[in-house]
Design a protein around this ligand. Structure first.
Ligand SMILES: Cc1ncc(COP(=O)(O)O)c(C=O)c1O
Length: 394
C-alpha cells in the first residue's frame, strides 16, 4: 500500500471492549486490570499480549507506533515524549552492548551536538565528528574510532547536506556498528532510512508528521533485529509519549502526505525565486541541481520531493540586518520549529545552534547571515510576496 493510504488507515480500528471505534480513542488509564493474577503475570512476562502499565505500552501509543512502522517499513517503533528523547534512547540502545564510541555527522541539530558533547562525552563515550558526505573521510574516522554507533541526519540541519545513507549503512555494518539516522527533515515521504540499511530511524514528530505546531513528540523506528532491545530499554527509562499527544500525532499524520507534497512543491518555487534575488547571497536547497550532493539526492530521493526546508544567506548581513529582515515578516512566522502548516523562519545562530560555540558553528558553515525557512502549505505567491517586502527592509 502507498504511504498516502497507510497514513490514513494504519494503526486504527482496534477492538476495544467489544466495539471497534473508527479512529483510535485517547486511552488515559495508566494500568490495566485482569481477572486473574496468572494472566497478569503472563502479560508482565511478555508471554501474552496485553497492557499492564502505560510506561511499558498503551493502546494509544501502540496505534501510533503501528502507523509509524507502516510509514517507514519498520518492524518496531517507540513513540517518545520529544525528538530529543527519541535520539537519546536510540543512541542508548545502540551503545548498550557495543563499544562506547560514536562517529557523528559534523552537521547536526544543535541539541543533538549538545547531547553528544555535554552528556555522552562527559559520561565516558568517545565522540568524533566526520563529514557524512565525504565517504573516504568518514571511513577513515570509523577505522580509527571503531565506534559502536554512527549518527547522522538524512537532510542536515540547517545546511541541508545529504549523505549516502545506503553506503554509510554498509560501512557501519562492516565495522560492527549500528547506524542511527535522524529523518526529521526528510520525513518518510522523501526517505525511509531502514530500507537503505539503517538500524534506527528517529524523528521529531513535533515537525512535519504532527504538522500543526500543537504537539511535542518523537519516535524511533527500527528493524526486527533491534526491536526487543529498544522496547526493553524503554520499559526501564520511560521516554514514552502520553495518550493525548499520541492522539494529536495520529490525527496530524492522516494529512501528512498531502501537506508534504504541497510543502515540497512550494519550497521549489520559493527556493528558485530566492536564488534570483540580489539581496540573497546563497540558497541551500536539496532540489537545486547544483546542490553539492545532487548525485546522491538524484539516486536516493523520489523525483520532485526534495524536502521543504530552504536556508539562505542575506548578502553582507550580520545579526542586525537579519533581525531587521525577520522583524519585517508579516506572514512567515518567526519561531523556533519547522514542518508546520504555516511557513516559519528561524535564525540558527540565535536558536537551533545557539548552544554551539561560535568557532564550532563557523566550522559547521553556519554564518551570522544564515536564516532557515520551513515552507508551509500557504499559496507560494503569498510566501514570496512576504519575503520580497521583508527583503526590501534590509
Ligand atoms: C533535526 C532535528 N532533530 C531533532 C529535533 C528535536 O526535536 P524535539 O524538539 O521534538 O525534541 C529537532 C528540533 O528542532 C530537529 O530539528
Amino acid at each position: 500500500m502507498k504511504i498516502q493510504t497507510q497514513a490514513v488507515h494504519a494503526g486504527d480500528r482496534k477492538k476495544t471492549a467489544g466495539h471497534i471505534p473508527v479512529t483510535t480513542p485517547i486511552h488515559t488509564a495508566t494500568s490495566y486490570f485482569y481477572d486473574s493474577m496468572e494472566q497478569l503475570d503472563r502479560i508482565f512476562g511478555q508471554e501474552e499480549e496485553g497492557y499492564c502499565y502505560a510506561r511499558y505500552d498503551s493502546p494509544s501509543a501502540a496505534a501510533l507506533e503501528e502507523l509509524l512502522c507502516a510509514l517507514e517499513c519498520g518492524h518496531g517503533a517507540l513513540a517518545c515524549a520529544s525528538g530529543m528523547a527519541a535520539i537519546q534512547i536510540a543512541v542508548t540502545a545502540a551503545l548498550v552492548d557495543r563499544p562506547k564510541s560514536i562517529v557523528a555527522a559534523d552537521a547536526l541539530y544543535g541539541a543533538t551536538v549538545g547531547m553528544l558533547m555535554k552528556v555522552l562525552e562527559p559520561s565516558g563515550v568517545a565522540v568524533r565528528f566526520a563529514d557524512p558526505t565525504d565517504l573516504g573521510a568518514l571511513e577513515a574516522a570509523v577505522e580509527e574510532a571503531r565506534p559502536g554507533c554512527l549518527l547522522m541526519e538524512t537532510i542536515s540541519n540547517p545546511l541541508l547536506r545529504v549523505g549516502a545513507v545506503d553506503r554509510i549503512a554498509e560501512m557501519a555494518r562492516r565495522a560492527g556498528a549500528v547506524l542511527v539516522v535522524d529523518n526529521t527533515f526528510a520525513t518518510p515521504m522523501v526517505a525511509r532510512p531502514l530500507e537503505w540499511g539503517a538500524d534506527y530511524s528517529v524523528h521529531s514528530l513535533t515537525k512535519y508528521l504532527a504538522g500543526h505546531g500543537d504537539v511535542l513528540a518523537g519516535a524511533v523506528i527500527t528493524s526486527q533485529e533491534h526491536t526487543a532491545n529498544l522496547r526493553n530499554l524503554s520499559r526501564i527509562l520511560g521516554p514514552v509519549l502520553g495518550p493525548f499527544e499520541c492522539y494529536l500525532t495520529m490525527r496530524g499524520i492522516k494529512t501528512f502526505p498531502l501537506r508534504m507534497e504541497r510543502q515540497c512543491a512550494n519550497a521549489c518555487r520559493v527556493a528558485s525565486w530566492l536564488s534570483a534575488h540580489p539581496k540573497v547571497e546563497r540558497v541551500y536547497f536539496t532540489g537545486d541541481p547544483a546542490h553539492p550532493d545532487a548525485a546522491t539526492i538524484r539516486r536516493l530521493f523520489p523525483q520532485n520531493l526534495y524536502g521543504a526546508m530552504v536556508s539562505f544567506e542575506l548578502r553582507g548581513a550580520g545579526r542586525a540586518e537579519v533581525f531587521r529582515f525577520m522583524d519585517a515578516l508579516k506572514l512567515v512566522v518567526r519561531a523556533t520549529s519547522l514542518g508546520d502548516v504555516h511557513s516559519m523562519m528561524l535564525y540558527p545562530v540565535m536558536s537551533s545552534h545557539r548552544e554551539i560555540s561560535p568557532k564550532h558553528r563557523l566550522r559547521m558553515g553556519i554564518r551570522d547571515s544564515l536564516v532557515r525557512l520551513s515552507v508551509g502549505i500557504e499559496a507560494a505567491e503569498d510566501i514570496v510576496e512576504d519575503l520580497e517586502q521583508a527583503l526590501e527592509k534590509v
